[in-house]
Structure formats: structure tokens, C-alpha cells
Write a protein that binds this ligand. Structure first.
Ligand SMILES: NC(=O)c1ccc[n+]([C@@H]2O[C@H](COP(=O)([O-])OP(=O)(O)OC[C@H]3O[C@@H](n4cnc5c(N)ncnc54)[C@H](O)[C@@H]3O)[C@@H](O)[C@H]2O)c1
Length: 350
């Protein structure tokens, strides 16, 4: 039995808490949040009685084997390092942290502690991604030399800390782009990034004046605060010659939201979003293959449940996680390089 605690009890925490409660090999025994009102409310809601307003006190509890970190991005590195040093396994929400320096410090703490650290790259755990991974690993797509991904929200700045650069580290790139870049890079076989060219725009603000459209919001939504970009795009080149094109927005004058992930290989292609599809050719004919499964789309709740169950089994059985800290470090390198390129107006070499 793995005894776990969740640190940060805001919007995303329920996607950690509920799968822990449903997992027969895990026991959720503690929660932590600096917001004591929210902490008490969540404790009551989920029947958890050990409640901490300071994560340092929680980490002193020797009963706890593992923690999920669901706090603002600016505390991920600090809490992860402290948890590892306190001999806890760690599942840290994406992004791993805010800078490459922080990422390397977390990686060093993982090595030193020998504990499991899993980065919250939840899209890797979607049933659609797991199915496709099997095809890719069997060489069905051949060499994936190009990937193209978009996550464009026409209205979706979550406000609060998400749009305060000191707490988030940036806007749609670090919040949404982290998922989109990661899922492409993962399927491409994690090639080494060599250069990045990116642009970031802050033209529209958070458009909190728009009416009649709902969207994901931080638990402490505050539309008054916004110093992050609205839109980022980037071209990332890899050592093996492959390239990745990405664009992501919190808000954009777009007709509708758009989300796609496309992979192009020399033997076949695939789409993971908006729904799973595989492309190939046979006997001089192009074939679009639709896998016959219950759900071709990414199911957020199911993917989180898969992610939590994977983490629990890695901790209990000493298995390698499919989202190790080294991947978090490499993705952070790409994200920071996009911002650096956007700032300087030049290609950045890694
Ligand atoms: N995997 C995904 O798809 C996904 C989706 C949304 C959010 N997230 C990530 O989850 C994290 C939290 O996002 P959210 O939407 O739940 O935000 P949120 O604002 O709704 O909740 C964050 C909570 O953390 C608490 N907190 C902040 N700093 C703390 C600290 N040092 N100690 C204890 N508590 C602290 C806040 O009081 C708040 O209750 C972020 O890193 C975000 O990027 C991931």
C-alpha cells in the first residue's frame, strides 16, 4: 500500500485525488494548501483528515511515501526537491518547473535520492497515445521526421497565477505548449533538440470583457492580472534532421478552438488529436486506418487515472516511469529556448 499526499488542492487536484481514492494499492492520507479555506473544504469533501498549510510540515510525516505536486509552477522545483530529500516519491504536475536551472537541480535530487519522480505529461497516458505507441514502437510509421501540433484557444486565459509570469513562468507555451511539444517529441523517439526559432505575441490581453463563453480557470481566478503572451509559435529542429512546428494560444481572433497533433513518418503517419487515425500505403494505395476502439479521442479523466495508476505501480514495484525527470529537463530546455528566441528575435542553438 502506497500512502500518498496531494500538495495544492486547486482545480487540477481532483484529477489526482479521485484516482488515488479509486486505486486499491494507494491510500490518500494527507492534503496541503496555503489556502486554508480550500484545504478544509477539500479535506471534508474527500474524507482526508491530515491537513497541512505548509508543505514542509507535511514532508516531516514519515507515514507518507509519495506526493503529488499540484501547486503553481513557481513552487514545483522547491517542493519536489524537498520531497525527494524527505525520501518521498514525487508526481509533479507539468511543467516540471520554470527554468532549466531548476530542472537540473530537480534531476540531481532524483539521482541523489533514488526515488521515483514522474512528470505530469498526462497526454502520454491517454488510451489513444498508448495504442499508437505500440504501432510506433513496431515501426509502423518508420522514421518520424516531421510533427505539427496546435492548441489554439480563442478564449481561454485561465487568469490568476497562470497569467502572472512570476508564478507561471509564461503563458500558453509553458502551460499548453508543454503538452503539445512533449507528446510529439515522445512519439518522435525523443531526438536531441539542436535549435529553436520562436515568436511570442501579447496583442489581445486576456479579453475578460468577452461574454457567453466559459473556459478553464485557476481556483483563484483574477482577470486583473496578465503579463504573459497570448500566442506562441515555434519551429524546433532536432539532431536527426527531424522538425516540429507548434503554435499555442490563450486567446486569438480565431473562429473556433483548435487542437491537433500530427506525426509524419516515411512509412506512415498518424493523428492523435482531434482523434486517433493512422495513415499508411499498401499496393500503391493510400490507406486511412481507423482503429476500432471505444474512444478515439483523448479522455482527460481516463488519462489522469492511467497516469496516477502508473505512478503508484512504479513506486510500489520499482518500475521505470514512462515520464522520467530527464524528459522534463529536455522539454524545459525547448520551452526556455522558444521564449529566448522570441525575446531576442533570433534562432537559439541548444
Ligand atoms: N496536466 C494538465 O493537463 C494540467 C491541467 C491544469 C493544471 N495543471 C497544472 O497543475 C498545477 C496546478 O494548476 P491548477 O489549475 O490546479 O491551479 P489552481 O490555482 O487551481 O490550484 C493551485 C493550488 O495550489 C495552491 N498552492 C500554491 N502554491 C502552494 C504552495 N507553495 N504550497 C501549498 N499550496 C500551494 C494554491 O493555493 C491553489 O489552491 C499547475 O502546475 C498547472 O500547470 C496541469
Amino acid at each position: 500500500m502506497l500512502k500518498v499526499a496531494v500538495i495544492g488542492t486547486g482545480s487540477i487536484s481532483e484529477f489526482h485525488i479521485k484516482p488515488y481514492l479509486a486505486n486499491e494499492e494507494a491510500e490518500l492520507i494527507a492534503l496541503c494548501d496555503v489556502n486554508e479555506g480550500r484545504l478544509a473544504e477539500k479535506g471534508e469533501l474527500y474524507g482526508v483528515t491530515q491537513l497541512y498549510s505548509d508543505y514542509k510540515d507535511l514532508l516531516e510525516n514519515d507515514e507518507i511515501d509519495a506526493v503529488s505536486i499540484c501547486t503553481w509552477n513557481n513552487s514545483h522545483a522547491e517542493i519536489a526537491i524537498a520531497a525527494l530529500n524527505a525520501d518521498k516519491h514525487v508526481l509533479v504536475e507539468k511543467p516540471l518547473c520554470m527554468t532549466v536551472e531548476e530542472a537540473l537541480a530537480v534531476e540531481a535530487a532524483v539521482k541523489e535520492s533514488g526515488k521515483v519522480l514522474q512528470v505530469g505529461f498526462v497526454r502520454r497516458h491517454g488510451d489513444n497515445a498508448k495504442l499508437l505507441k505500440n504501432f510506433v514502437d513496431h515501426g509502423e510509421l518508420g522514421e518520424i521526421y516531421y510533427a505539427k501540433t496546435s492548441c489554439l484557444r480563442r478564449l481561454g486565459n485561465p487568469g490568476g497565477w497562470f497569467s502572472d509570469r512570476t508564478k507561471s513562468g509564461g503563458g500558453p507555451l509553458i502551460d499548453l505548449g508543454v503538452h503539445m511539444i512533449d507528446i510529439c517529441w515522445y512519439f518522435m523517439g525523443k531526438p536531441k533538440p539542436v535549435s529553436v526559432s520562436g515568436n511570442a505575441y501579447s496583442k489581445l490581453g486576456n479579453r475578460s470583457h468577452i461574454e457567453n463563453l466559459s473556459f478553464y480557470q485557476a481556483a483563484d481566478y483574477d482577470p486583473g492580472l496578465n503579463d504573459v503572451e497570448d500566442l506562441t509559435n515555434a519551429l524546433i529542429r532536432f539532431e536527426n534532421g527531424a522538425s516540429l512546428l507548434v503554435d499555442v494560444s490563450f486567446t486569438l481572433q480565431a473562429k473556433k478552438d483548435e487542437l491537433y497533433v500530427k506525426l509524419f513518418g516515411d512509412k506512415g503517419g498518424a493523428e492523435i488529436e482531434p482523434e486517433l487515425a493512422i495513415v499508411t500505403e499498401k499496393h500503391n494505395t493510400i490507406l486511412n486506418i481507423t482503429p476500432q476502439v471505444d474512444n478515439l479521442k483523448f479522455d482527460f479523466t481516463k488519462a489522469f487515472s492511467n497516469e496516477i495508476n502508473h505512478f503508484v505501480s512504479c513506486c510500489l514495484e520499482g518500475k521505470e516511469t514512462i515520464a522520467p525527470v530527464s524528459d522534463g529537463v529536455q522539454v524545459m530546455r525547448m520551452l526556455n529556448a522558444v521564449y529566448e528566441s522570441a525575446k531576442t528575435g533570433r534562432e537559439v542553438y541548444l
